[in-house]
Design a protein around this ligand. Structure first.
Ligand code: TXA
Ligand code: MG
Length: 328
């Protein structure tokens, strides 16, 4: 059935999937699509391969990776003391954009977890990720396929732009559906807690977990997705209101070299570049990173991002924007 879906959607052939799995077995790095963003995968049981993820990304060794599995049935080989709530979350949200933090199985090399005794794990839904994981048969450690601190790739070309020449194989699955990274929930503390908001919202999780602990506002050095500057363009980037966008001189910069990321608004002529994203959170998230990349490559002196709404479904987007931009 998976093979048929892949053929219908013009996704990589089974031959390419098997080639990618073989490269993982040999300790190589494979870029592959997931429903959230593209991942940079390595065999999680091969320390040298995992080490290469860190050096390729320029990622500090104490920043833990997510292990990707084909199905929840494999969970017990990777985590121990798995609470009942984890099984329920897995049943309801896997395969899908939810990462669980559990207690690491002693057989999993702490290199993968940044030295911690907890471990991040998820079962992705993208048919190419599924096919790869099924063919490979065991866990694939994979961070987003970007240089450390930069914007996550949501197309194969973005991943090539980030890591060209440093990877052994790339599976092109087209643009990612969701566009922002998975929701991360920690199940190792006294109360379940969202560590990184995403498409699966706290309200959706709370139907199973009950009330969650408050989202951590302080950044933890152990969670790179939680660093204050992350997902960031190189160009100076600011969050502004819709009103501020109407007054291009309010920040005393040349609007002629300024780019704007607006929400559902026609272009204002005095800005050099104007991109407008949909006004629904899912559509916005799907296109956000590609838009940031386009603006970042346009040689602008600054990027202004219109502040999205504050409702719960925008939490994931607002979390990423807060790290990508400064406030004026
Ligand atoms: O959607 C996603 O999750 C994508 C795709 C490729 O699956 N992956 C991704 O990986 O975003 P990465 O490495 O860019 O982000 C992993 C996040 C980091 O913020 C990391 O700190 C957190 O997961 N994490 C991993 N292990 C953890 C642990 N044991 N405790 C707390 N946070 C952890
Ligand atoms: Mg990342």
């Amino acid at each position: 059935q998976l093979v048929r879906e892949m053929e219908e959607k013009n996704l990589p052939s089974q031959e390419k999937i098997e080639r990618a799995a073989e490269i993982l077995h040999q300790g190589g790095l494979v870029v592959f699509p997931t429903e959230t963003v593209y991942g940079l995968g390595a065999d999680c049981h091969n320390p040298a391969a995992v080490q290469r993820i860190f050096s390729t990304k320029g990622r500090p060794a104490d920043h833990p990776l997510i292990i990707h599995l084909a199905s929840a049935e494999q969970l017990h080989d990777y985590a121990v003391d798995i609470p009942a709530i984890a099984e329920q979350l897995a049943q309801d949200f896997w395969p899908g954009p939810l990462t669980l933090i559990l207690k690491r199985h002693p057989q999993i090399n702490p290199l993968v977890t940044g030295g911690q005794d907890t471990l991040a794990v998820r079962v992705p839904a993208h048919p190419v990720a599924q096919a790869l994981l099924q063919s490979f048969g065991r866990g694939v450690a994979a961070p987003s396929a970007n240089r450390f601190g930069r914007i996550s790739p949501t197309t194969a070309q973005h991943a090539r732009d980030e890591l060209s020449g440093q990877i052994n194989y790339l599976l092109d699955g087209g643009p990612c559906d969701l566009g922002i990274e998975s929701t991360i929930i920690n199940l190792t503390g006294p109360t379940p807690q969202v560590l990184r908001p995403g498409s699966i919202t706290a309200a959706m999780l709370e139907t199973i977990t009950g009330p969650l602990a408050a989202h951590p506002s302080a950044s933890s050095p152990r969670a790179p997705g939680n660093l204050d500057s992350h997902y960031a363009p190189r160009t100076a980037t600011y969050l502004v209101t819709k009103q501020q966008l109407q007054q291009p001189d309010f920040i005393n910069r040349e609007p002629g070299s300024t780019g704007v990321l607006a929400i559902n608004q026609p272009a204002q002529p005095f800005y050099r570049q104007w991109l407008s994203l949909p006004d629904d959170a899912a559509g916005y998230a799907r296109n956000l990173y590609a838009a940031l990349r386009t603006l970042d490559q346009a040689g602008l002196s600054c990027i202004l991002i219109q502040q999205p709404p504050q409702q719960a479904e925008w939490l994931g987007v607002n979390d990423r924007l807060r790290r990508a931009a400064r406030c004026l």
